[in-house]
Design a protein around this ligand. Structure first.
Ligand SMILES: NC(=O)C1=CN([C@@H]2O[C@H](COP(=O)(O)OP(=O)(O)OC[C@H]3O[C@@H](n4cnc5c(N)ncnc54)[C@H](OP(=O)(O)O)[C@@H]3O)[C@@H](O)[C@H]2O)C=CC1
Ligand SMILES: O=C1O[C@H](COP(=O)(O)O)[C@@H](O)[C@H](O)[C@H]1O
Length: 463
C-alpha cells in the first residue's frame, strides 16, 4: 500500500457489491498485512449507526475468511457517514474527515458515479487522492468519454483505477502464464488453427434485489461490455514484452481496437432474452418483469450473446462468441478455444468425436484439453480423452487483488481510459439494434438452459 493513503472511503456502503465482494476482499488484503493500516469510512444515503456499520464490516470480513486481528481492528474503528455523494457540501464534509491521503471507491450505479465526479469539481481534493471506479464506466460511449475527461481534471490518470474484478480472478491472470510461458500454444494460437473462441459466463444468480442498477444495465452492459471483453482481449492480444501496466494494457487495447461485431451486422450477430417465472435448485423465482423495482418498459435482457471478430492477421475469420446470463439452470463460466479439424484423418480410422478444444474454467479454476486419441478397445476408433488440472488459487480473491493494486498505486490491473472507450464502441451497435427492436427479446424460464432456440449451439459446446 502506498505510504500516504490513510483513509479508504467507500461510496455505496449499503450496496450489494460492498457487502458481498468488496469488503470480503478488503478483509483478506488487510489480514495478509500488506498495508501499514488505514481508516475505513462507509458512505450511504440511509442513516446507519456506527455500531451497525462496524458489525456489517466485520460480518463481510468474516464471510471472506478474514478473521485475524488486523481485519477485526479495521472493522472496529470504521466510521459511517450518511451523505448524498452528488452533493459537493456532503463530499467536502467527507474529505475533511479523512486522515492522510484518501482513496475514494465509487461502488455506485454509473449514473450516480458520473454525478459524484461532477460534484467533486467543487471540492478541494488532497494531493495524491486515488479513485476506484466500478464498471460499467459511464452509461454509453459518450458518457464514458466525458467521464474520462472529467476525471483527469480532478486527479492524474495514474491515480485513477477503473476497476474490473475479472482482471483479479486467478484464472484470468493465469491466461498470461498459460499463453506466454509455454512454447506449444503460441504457434497454434491463430486463425489457421483455431475455429472459434467462446467466453461464457452463465449464472444461477438472478436479479438478487439489484433492480436499481441492473434494470438500467442488462446482461450486455453488466457483463459483456466490461468483464467478458477484457477476458477476450487477454485471449486475443499479441504477446507483450512485459506484464507491466503500459505493456499489458497497451496489448489489450490493441486487440480491442481490432474488434467489432462480426460481419458488421449486430442484428444477425447478437441475441437477447429475459427470464420468466421458474425454479432454480428449489428456489422459486418470479418472472424478471415482476421482480421488485423492475420497469418492464426498460426491455432489460437477462441473457445476452454477441459474436465478434478481431480484424487482424492472427484472427481474421475466427468468431469470438461472448455470452452471459442470469437465472440459468447451470453455472457455466469458461473460455473455450475450439481448434480446427485436422486437414486429413488417415483413412482407416473410425469415429469422429469432434475437434480438440481447450477449456479454461473461470469457476472452478481449472483447465482441460479435450484431445482425440486411439480408443481403448478398438485402436482404430478415435476416442476422446480429457487432460485436466486445477489452477492454484491466488492468495487473494479478485477484489483483494484489485484493491491491492489500487491501494498500492499499481495500475496494472486497472482498466485504461482507451480500453473502456473501445469496449463501449464495440457494443454500441448492438445496443442501438436492440433499441430499435431489430433483435427479438426472447424468453426462457428461470432455471432452464435458456431459450429453446438457443440450445443447439449451447449443447454442442457444453461439457
Ligand atoms: N453486485 C455485484 O455483484 C457487482 C457490482 N458491481 C458494480 O458495482 C456498482 C454498484 O452495484 P451494486 O452494489 O450491485 O448496486 P446496489 O444497488 O446494491 O448498491 C448501490 C449503492 O449506491 C448507493 N447510492 C446510490 N445513490 C447514492 C447517492 N446519491 N449517494 C450515496 N449513495 C448512493 C446506494 O445507497 P442506497 O441503497 O441508500 O440508495 C447503494 O448503497 C455497479 O456499478 C455494479 O456494476 C461490480 C461487480 C460486481
Ligand atoms: O460485475 C458483476 O459480476 C458478477 C459476477 O462476478 P463474480 O465474480 O461474483 O462471479 C455478476 O453477478 C454481477 O451481475 C455483475 O455486476
Amino acid at each position: 500500500m502506498s505510504k500516504g493513503i490513510g483513509t479508504l472511503v467507500i461510496f455505496g456502503a449499503s450496496g450489494d457489491l460492498t457487502r458481498r465482494l468488496l469488503l470480503p476482499g478488503l478483509g483478506q488484503l488487510v489480514d495478509l498485512g500488506r498495508n501499514p493500516g488505514f481508516h475505513l469510512i462507509g458512505v450511504g444515503q440511509d442513516a446507519m449507526s456506527t455500531s451497525a456499520w462496524r458489525a456489517r464490516v466485520a460480518k463481510s470480513f468474516e464471510a471472506g475468511g478474514a478473521t485475524g486481528a488486523k481485519a477485526r481492528a479495521l472493522a472496529a474503528t470504521a466510521d459511517y457517514v450518511k451523505a448524498d455523494v452528488t452533493n459537493p457540501d456532503d463530499l467536502t464534509r467527507i474529505i475533511a474527515m479523512c486522515t492522510g491521503i484518501p482513496a475514494l471507491y465509487f461502488a455506485l450505479p454509473p449514473r450516480v458515479t458520473i454525478a459524484a465526479c461532477t460534484a467533486l469539481a467543487k471540492v478541494e481534493l488532497p494531493a495524491g487522492t486515488v479513485f476506484g471506479l466500478e464498471k460499467p464506466f459511464g452509461t454509453d460511449l459518450k458518457s464514458a468519454v466525458a467521464l474520462n475527461r472529467q476525471l483527469v481534471k480532478l486527479i492524474p490518470e495514474r491515480q485513477i483505477h477503473r476497476v474490473d474484478h475479472f482482471l483479479g480472478k486467478s484464472t484470468v491472470l493465469n491466461l498470461l502464464g498459460l499463453r506466454f510461458a509455454n512454447r506449444i500454444l503460441e504457434p497454434v494460437w491463430n486463425a489457421e488453427n483455431i475455429a472459434s473462441v467462446e467466453v461464457v459466463f452463465d449464472e444461477k444468480l438472478a436479479l438478487e434485489g439489484r433492480a436499481g442498477y441492473y434494470d438500467h444495465a442488462g446482461a450486455l452492459v453488466d457483463m459483456i461490455q466490461s468483464h467478458l471483453l477484457l477476458v477476450m482481449a487477454l485471449v486475443a492480444m499479441e504477446p507483450p514484452s512485459s506484464i507491466d501496466a503500459d505493456d499489458l494494457r497497451g496489448a489489450m487495447a490493441q486487440a480491442l481496437r481490432a474488434t467489432s461485431v462480426l460481419g458488421g451486422d449486430p442484428a444477425s450477430s447478437s441475441r437477447r432474452a429475459r427470464y420468466t417465472a421458474g425454479t432454480i435448485g428449489g428456489r422459486k423465482l418470479p418472472s424478471y418483469v415482476k421482480e421488485p423495482g423492475v420497469d418492464p418498459k426498460n426491455h432489460t435482457e437477462t441473457l445476452a450473446e454477441v459474436v465478434l471478430g478481431v480484424d487482424n492477421w492472427r484472427w481474421a475469420g475466427v468468431p469470438f462468441t461472448l455470452r452471459s446470463g442470469k437465472a440459468l439452470e447451470r453455472a457455466r463460466k469458461e473460455i473455450i478455444v475450439t481448434f480446427k479439424d485436422v486437414p486429413h484423418l488417415p483413412v482407416g480410422f473410425r469415429g469422429k468425436p469432434g475437434p480438440a478444444a481447450l477449456r479454461i474454467s473461470l469457476s472452478p479454476d481449472d483447465i482441460s484439453l479435450d484431445l482425440n486419441i486411439n480408443g481403448q478397445g478398438d485402436p482404430f476408433t478415435i476416442d476422446r480423452v480429457v487432460l485436466s488440472t486445477e489452477f492454484g488459487s491466488g492468495e487473494l480473491g479478485p477484489y483483494g487483488e484489485v484493491l491491492s493494486g489500487l491501494l498500492g498505486s499499481d495500475p496494472t490491473l486497472s482498466v485504461r481510459a482507451d480500453e473502456i472507450e473501445e469496449c463501449w464502441r464495440i457494443v454500441e451497435p448492438v445496443l442501438a439494434a436492440w433499441k430499435k427492436d431489430a433483435v427479438k427479446l426472447e424468453g426462457y424460464p428461470a432455471g432452464s438452459a435458456g431459450p429453446a432456440s438457443w440450445r443447439r449451439t449451447r449443447s454442442s459446446t457444453s461439457r
